[in-house]
Design a protein around this ligand. Structure first.
Ligand SMILES: Nc1ncnc2c1ncn2[C@@H]1O[C@H](COP(=O)(O)OP(=O)(O)OP(=O)(O)O)[C@@H](O)[C@H]1O
Length: 589
């Protein structure tokens, strides 16, 4: 709690937004005691700012400063009350519908949809005409007109959470519905609840001011909306009496700005992934122009003295440290190392996919002689996928769930030149066939495929533009060993046919040794050993490589024995006929 408060105070957006909001809250609470009565006629009409009336007088001779300060009270009170009520009603209805589902969901969703199709403004006007005048009328009108959107958002969120394992675990351990909602669902929606409340308050302030400006509020009350209503009525614009409406307008804009800052701060504080630490700017003169060397013969990719730092709260953290290696055309180069050793960071750097908080601080990545670390914009777009593509680790999240496979192939092909759907679909069919899937799957959606089939689609997509290098970042981690072997075997066959090189990233060193021509071992961001697979298998030099090798038990299909030593190539090789696991006929996994 103490820590959360401290980080809230240290957060710049939270501090500025919160400070502004606090100022307006204090102004609305204590300000009215220090100003004149806003309804008193204290001077001549339309008087500009003066020592007697700092903000001038209105078209009827009232003090504009008093009206601005007093107007804050009801406007903010209604705004926060509506913000809280709309969030509460929306969350209650949405979470109940999403979590309980079935009949309850049908009824609540139907009610929500009915409210959604009724336009908000006419509904507010009609309700306003029947309810007794005053701030409570405004609160009721805006709550009735605004809760339905929130219910939709909360329903969608609870539907997504309901399918998560931790909720299923709570269900099977016998927790009650109320406890699951209050302990499992709502805490996971803290960020949504916070930003919805702030967003709804923003909506309420805007809608309230809008309705009152149109004369649909209580025009005898003093609020920011009625201030603008009377400014319009008293021809403040026509007489160029800007001081009558500018202070109120400025206050509304500042409150809106403050609420937006706080909403964004809540998002960032409750979701650490949104907290982006920007790396320190490079010293002047160190920005590298796109550099093209004559490619070294027999070298497709040359990583030279590469250093990558992440900006963190505690300063720069080096995760890739002076790494150098070369990759020849058609070669399979494996990068191995324990979790966190920097493998994926190197893979991302090759494709210019490093997050904003990361930066290449030293070294070069030469692809066919061209320094890809300096590529940007159109140059980078043209380079990605056409020259170097990637098979991602998570097959499900790498495919767009709402597009058919054919559309996803079309998008990829169309991103690199004009291509008709007929041509894209024909190519998609060909590629699907190449990876051992039925070409008819072009019309299928990702959820209709198994994990192994999705990963084959990932490979087919990676080969769509016939790149010269394919990065495979743990592409088979989530698959069982049989599917894994079939998939890798297919990949190596395609490599033989099409001639692309592979940078294979995994923590599974025995698998790498079986697949790769050469392997590099990463430890804590440093490349501690590079050697041919045969050389490393015969005798690794570095103690860390030896440790990695000795820490892998190996299951051999058939006799299910566990070997404490690195496997022989024949046991793992998926490219050779001596593959020990028989292909399962028929199915695509
Ligand atoms: N956004 C980030 N901010 C700070 N450090 C990060 C960030 N992303 C990754 N790191 C750090 O960079 C290091 C390398 O991460 P990377 O993902 O490249 O490792 P890896 O070897 O691919 O691991 P794994 O096999 O588990 O995917 C890790 O120590 C990680 O904590």
């Amino acid at each position: 709690m103490h820590d959360s408060l401290r980080s809230l105070l240290r957060h710049r957006k939270a501090a500025v937004g919160g400070g502004l909001l606090l100022f307006f809250l204090l102004l609305s609470l204590v300000g009215p005691w220090f100003v004149m009565d806003p309804k008193d006629l204290v001077g001549r009409p339309h008087q500009p700012p003066s020592a007697a009336h700092w903000f001038g007088t209105t078209g009827q001779g009232q003090d504009v400063l008093a009206q601005t300060v007093v107007g804050a009270r009801e406007t903010l009170a209604v705004g926060f009350a509506v913000g809280a009520l709309v969030t509460l009603v929306g969350a209650l209805v949405g979470v109940t519908a999403g979590y309980l589902g079935r009949r309850v969901d049908d009824v609540l969703s139907l009610t929500t949809n009915v409210f959604l199709v009724i336009p908000g403004m006419p509904l507010a006007i009609v309700l306003g005409a029947y309810l007794p005048s005053g701030p409570f009328r405004m609160v009721a009108v805006l709550t009735v007109a605004g809760w339905a959107w929130n219910a939709r958002v909360f329903r969608a969120e609870s539907l997504a959470l309901r399918g998560r394992d931790f909720v299923s675990a709570a269900v099977v351990t016998g927790e009650s519905h109320a406890r699951i909602v209050s302990r499992e669902l709502l805490p996971n929606m803290a960020s949504l609840l916070g930003s919805s409340f702030i967003g709804n308050t923003l909506y309420a302030v805007g809608a309230q001011v809008g309705l009152e400006f149109l004369g649909l509020g209580d025009v005898s009350a003093v609020t920011w909306g009625t201030n603008l209503y009377w400014a319009g009525n008293d021809a403040a614009l026509l007489t160029r009496s800007w001081w009558i409406f500018v202070p109120t307008g400025l206050c509304i804009a500042l409150v809106g700005f403050a609420l937006t800052l706080v909403s964004s701060a809540i998002d960032e504080l409750t979701n650490p992934a949104l907290r982006v630490h920007k790396p320190a700017p490079l010293p002047k003169g160190t920005t590298l122009p796109v550099h093209v060397d004559r490619p070294a013969p027999g070298v497709l990719l040359s990583v030279q003295d590469l250093c990558i730092d992440y900006a963190t709260e505690k300063g720069a953290s080096r995760v890739v440290d002076t790494v150098s290696f070369d990759l020849a055309p058609g070669e399979v180069f494996g990068l191995a190392g324990e979790s966190g050793s920097g493998k994926s960071t190197i893979g991302s750097a090759l494709l210019g996919l490093l997050p904003t908080s990361a930066r290449v601080t030293q070294g070069r990545i030469l692809f066919n002689g061209m320094d890809v670390t300096a590529l940007e914009g159109a140059g980078l777009r043209a380079f990605r996928w056409r020259q170097v593509s990637m098979v991602f680790q998570s097959a499900m999240s790498a495919l767009n769930p709402v597009l058919t496979l054919g559309e996803q192939f079309h998008d990829t092909l169309a991103a690199h030149g004009r291509v008709s759907r007929t041509t894209s679909y024909a190519r998609a069919r060909e590629l699907l066939g190449m990876v051992g899937l039925s070409p008819d799957l072009v019309t299928a959606y990702p959820h209709q495929l198994s994990g192994g089939m999705r990963q084959r689609v990932g490979i087919a997509l990676a080969l769509a533009l016939e790149p010269r290098l394919v990065i495979m970042d743990e592409p088979t981690t989530a698959l069982d060993v049989v599917v894994q072997k079939e998939l890798l075997q297919r990949m190596l066959e395609l490599k033989q046919r099409l001639g692309f090189a592979i940078l294979f990233i995994t923590h599974d060193l025995p698998l790498l040794l079986a697949l790769s021509d050469r392997v590099g071992i990463l430890q804590g961001g440093k490349l501690v050993e590079v050697g041919t697979s045969a050389g490393l298998r015969a005798g690794a030099q570095h103690p860390y490589t030896q440790l990695l090798l000795s820490s892998f038990p190996h299951l051999v299909a058939g006799d299910v024995s566990v070997t404490p030593h690195p496997p022989a190539a024949s046991e793992l090789s998926v490219a050779r006929p001596s593959l020990r696991v028989a292909a399962i006929p028929g199915g695509h996994r």
